[in-house]
Write a protein that binds this ligand. Structure first.
Ligand code: CP
Length: 309
């Protein structure tokens, strides 16, 4: 048995609306810690958090490490290229060896969907999914929801458009789960080849017209075009994609004046967003990154509390 109730964060499917709201409230109180001169509270003193990332990451890995350190936990980064995975050891064997050193929490990123669940079912330390394949990225969705609530004061009833490569996006999947649970009206927009068939059953609308979502949305969440996951040709050309689904200053004129523009990063500048829009006044991209630390502090704190119980 693994999941939020037993001290793991694998997927927002496991969480109720109340669970999500409790994480966002806890993050609000932790956000202030990062603005102090001494950025540390003793909440997780004596605990050990291990980062096990077998896929590249800047934001998530650094943010988890800072979050754990600001809660006074000891942290350790396993360098996968320098680990025995490169000698053929399985990720499960490797994680069991890390468990044998009495760690409390393992934060995992892996290119295969389901790896965090396999580890959570087999191991005693808590497991946090920091992104598995195209399946889930729960802390990214939590920090996105935190940022929306901070900017617009609520999530219930807001019109949120998620634009781009939905098919390969774990960020989209987790955001659809979380945002619909909190009462947002979610519309997916992108080329038909990059939107999963039948996704409307998850309570979202689908459109292939960027102009429609620009005119109607409170929040525009752009996704990275994931060239590394695209083994087949999904697009006639990147130039065609930019023409139809990229946002620039000209197209931004169609949107509400105070629309919130988000992107989980890394941004392909000039593809999803032009540089002036990515750095413009509607963009909250760097605020998302700031909020990621507070949200991950809340997740670590709440999960380690559950493990102790
Ligand atoms: N948003 C996100 O997951 O970024 P990284 O891949 O840099 O962690």
């Amino acid at each position: 048995m693994s999941g939020w109730k037993t001290g793991d964060l694998l997927d927002l499917q496991d969480l109720t609306r109340e669970d999500i709201e409790s994480i966002l409230e806890t993050a609000k109180s932790f956000k202030e810690v990062s603005t102090r001169d001494v950025k540390k509270v003793p909440a997780l003193r004596g605990k050990t958090v291990v980062m096990l990332f077998s896929e590249p990451s800047t934001r998530t890995r650094v943010s988890f490490e800072l979050a754990a350190k600001r809660l006074s936990a000891d942290t350790l980064n396993v360098s996968v290229s320098a680990s025995s995975l490169s000698k053929g050891e399985s990720i499960l064997d490797m994680a069991k060896n890390i468990e044998a050193m009495n760690v409390d929490m393992i934060v995992v990123r892996h290119r295969s969907s389901g790896v965090p669940k396999v580890l959570a079912d087999a191991l005693t330390p808590g497991i946090i999914n920091a992104g598995d394949g195209c399946r889930a990225h729960p802390t990214q969705a939590l920090l996105d929801m935190f940022t929306i609530k901070e900017k617009l004061g609520k999530i219930e009833g807001l019109k949120v458009a998620i634009i781009g490569d939905i098919l390969h996006s774990r960020v989209a999947r987790s955001n659809i789960e979380g945002l619909t649970k909190l009462g947002a009206k979610v519309t997916l927009c992108g080329p038909s080849t990059l939107i999963p068939v039948g996704i409307e059953v998850q309570g979202v609308k689908v459109t292939h017209c960027l102009e429609d979502v620009l005119k109607d949305s409170d929040v525009l969440m752009f996704l990275r075009l994931q060239k590394e996951r695209q083994q087949e040709k999904y697009l006639p050309s990147v130039r065609e994609y930019v023409r139809k689904f990229g946002l620039n200053k000209e197209k931004l004129k169609w949107a509400k004046k105070d629309v919130v523009i988000m992107h989980p990063g890394p941004v392909n500048r000039g593809i999803e967003l032009s540089a002036d829009v990515a750095d413009g006044e509607n963009s909250v991209i760097l605020e998302q990154v700031t909020n990621g630390v507070a949200v991950r502090m809340a997740v670590l704190y709440l999960l380690l509390g559950k493990k102790e119980k």
